[in-house]
Design a protein around this ligand. Structure first.
Ligand code: HEC
Length: 153
């Protein structure tokens, strides 16, 4: 009982933290979406590292990579208000000029992370093969979106 009450309080604090972050995000959507994409990069580094055998596989780490990518996929699209194509951003003009196309890439990203999250279950994919099956399709979505909607360096 005590633990549950503590969890509720922590949840409340996390909730407050989130609304604080949302208030900041309104001021700097570019920084927010870049930080979200950085977290996707980190999740891909962890997941890819395990898939290549450079990092020992653990179901908990597999679950973390998937959950991070899924949270990012759900939130990323909220941070492209009109006018945020200007500034220090890698976001390319087609995001605003072809909003439907960008929405379609976002939907593919979300569908891939949602099925990975589903496959991940409570304790994460049981072994590296299960992880590859779940996370591989997520990694498959990066390139097609970046090709059109991210500026080339
Ligand atoms: C729906 C489109 C989309 C998908 C899918 C996507 N990205 Fe991105 N990504 C972007 C855009 C747009 C930017 C540039 C954001 C900006 O600079 O404002 C970006 C930027 C990045 C960055 C640089 C972040 C920074 O710090 O500036 C990394 C790293 C990254 N993406 C990794 C990934 C990986 C890994 C995947 C696949 C698992 C992925 N992305 C999938 C659209 C996408």
């Amino acid at each position: 009982m005590h633990i549950f009450r503590k969890a509720a309080v922590l949840g409340l604090i996390a909730g407050l933290g989130l609304s604080g972050a949302a208030a900041l995000a309104a001021d700097d959507p570019i920084a927010t979406r870049q930080a979200i994409m950085s977290s996707v990069g980190a999740a891909a580094g962890l997941g890819g590292g395990m898939m290549k055998g450079e990092i020992a596989y653990s179901p908990a780490a597999g679950k973390a990579a998937i959950a991070t990518a899924h949270a990012a996929a759900l939130s990323f699209g909220d941070f492209f208000p009109a006018g945020s194509d200007q500034g220090d951003t890698g976001a390319a003009a087609p995001i605003w000029e072809d909003a439907d196309g960008f929405a379609a890439e976002l939907a593919k990203f979300q569908a891939a992370t949602a099925s990975a999250a589903q496959a991940s279950g409570r304790s994460g994919p049981a072994d590296i093969d299960a992880f590859k099956a779940a996370f591989g399709p997520v990694l498959g979505t990066c390139k097609s979106c970046h090709e059109t909607y991210r500026k080339k360096n």
